[in-house]
Design a protein around this ligand. Structure first.
Ligand code: SAH
Length: 405
């Protein structure tokens, strides 16, 4: 019997044997899995996706400029992808943060919409006090920006919405580069957020990511009690979150902040003052950590607790091998300047690196340094970054706390 592919709407037919991940609701269809695109489609259009046998799989946005050719939004043939769909998904995401997680009792800044995990692939929204920072990271979302901004205004009661990106992230989707754009009154250059009672300056215009590393909130808090009488290196510190939590909650002997970016260190220094920590010994070092840790080792400098929170080392499959090499190297260097019995906090934020591979990398770094490693805590991003179990790439953050003997 000839396969039946439904109406004459544009449709995507998968290659034989490629449909399995989508039965389990994985939302990304890579271009290599596609056999044929029927009908006229523009990038950003909604398409229906079928198995080669004609069985319906789902509906999603097509983008032939991206490695991810279709991002699925629904697996229900009857569900309409209309303004009501976006209203419903956005309202559900906000309800989780506000009604279930009570995020505002913990922090004035948190992730409100987390892309695939909230059923909105390519859309992330962060709240900073009464401002929102939005990123349209798929062409389908980008083309519906006016609708989404409108819904966010209504549902999240935000007067101002800022759109902001790290360089290059939109390019991967074939989208025009945008650095910064404001919907509503221009917000102040700097705002101050409160997280677990600590204060942090955030520049929505100039900051990294959307302004602050919201995903590390629970890990900063968890680590903060392990700093007693310790000399600490906050490596890749950005605005100083880890070191500031440690110095506030533990009686530390010194915190050394290190980052290659001068504005990041200025921000860390401003935050140190903002939390009245001037009485605690500190240093702010602008350096490439890969080089500086070698120097420190040779100069016999040692620490009791080291945090290594590098930027994404493997943004795509082509960079996976070199990314893992960097991860291993930085952890090896860290281990070598830790006193015996010291704590190593190793982070990785590459969705393409699994827990299994990350743990193997840490094991190798310890073995090569002839040191023992006992992991006492493994965690990921906070609850405002939920995970869609169908899409493990979404659970990108891995944080391992270990004792190095
Ligand atoms: N731990 C931080 C987030 C770190 S983001 C927090 O909780 O807020 C990664 C940081 O690494 C960025 O600030 C970036 O400027 C810095 N960085 C990137 N490459 C670096 C290098 N080779 N040496 C030192 N810092 C680097």
């Amino acid at each position: 019997m000839k396969p039946y592919f439904g109406s004459n709407k544009p449709k995507v037919i998968l290659k034989k044997g490629k449909a399995k991940p989508f039965w389990f609701h994985h939302p990304w269809i890579f271009s290599g899995a596609i056999q044929e695109i029927k009908g006229n489609t523009q990038n950003g259009d909604l398409v229906d996706v079928f198995e080669d046998s004609g069985k319906f799989i789902g509906k999603g946005f097509i983008n032939q400029k991206s490695q991810i050719a279709v991002r699925l939004l629904t697996w229900d043939i009857h569900e309409k992808i209309d303004p009501e769909f976006f209203h419903r998904k956005i309202a559900e995401a906000i309800r989780l943060r506000e009604n279930v997680l009570a995020m505002s009792s913990v922090s004035s800044a948190y992730r409100l919409i987390h892309s695939e995990a909230d059923g909105l692939p390519g859309l992330t929204v962060d709240r900073y006090n009464d401002l929102l920072c939005v990123q349209f990271l798929s062409i389908g979302m980008d083309q519906r920006r006016d609708l989404i901004v409108d819904v966010l205004r209504q549902e999240a009661h935000a007067a101002t919405i800022v759109e902001k990106y790290s360089p290059g992230v939109r390019q991967r989707e074939g989208l025009e580069e945008i650095e910064y754009r404001v919907y509503g009154p221009e917000p102040p250059e700097k705002i101050v957020i409160t997280e677990y009672g600590l204060q942090f300056e955030v520049s929505l215009r100039k900051g990294q990511k959307t302004g602050f590393y919201l995903d590390q909130r629970e890990n900063r808090r968890k680590l903060s009690r392990y700093g007693h009488q310790k000399r600490i290196l906050d490596g890749f510190c950005y605005s100083g979150g880890f070191g500031i939590y440690l110095a506030t909650k533990s009686k530390v002997t010194e915190v050394v902040f290190m980052d290659s970016s001068a504005p990041a260190l200025e921000l860390a220094q401003a935050n140190w003052k903002l939390n009245q920590l001037e009485g605690t010994k500190s240093a702010f070092i602008k350096a490439d950590i890969f080089e500086k840790l070698v120097e420190m080792k040779e100069a016999n400098e040692r620490f009791d607790l080291i945090i290594l929170d590098p930027p994404k080392v493997a943004p795509d499959t082509a960079s996976l091998k070199s990314g893992l090499e960097s991860l291993e190297k930085i952890n090896r260097l860290g281990i070598q300047i830790l006193n015996p019995g010291g704590i190593l906090v190793s982070c990785d934020c590459s969705g393409l690196i699994s827990w299994d591979v990350f743990l193997k990398t840490l094991n190798k770094a310890a073995l090569d340094s002839n040191r023992g490693i006992k992991i006492f805590d493994c965690s990921s991003a906070g609850p405002d970054h939920p995970v869609n179990p169908a899409c493990p790439e979404n659970a990108y953050l891995k944080v391992v706390m270990s004792e190095i003997s």
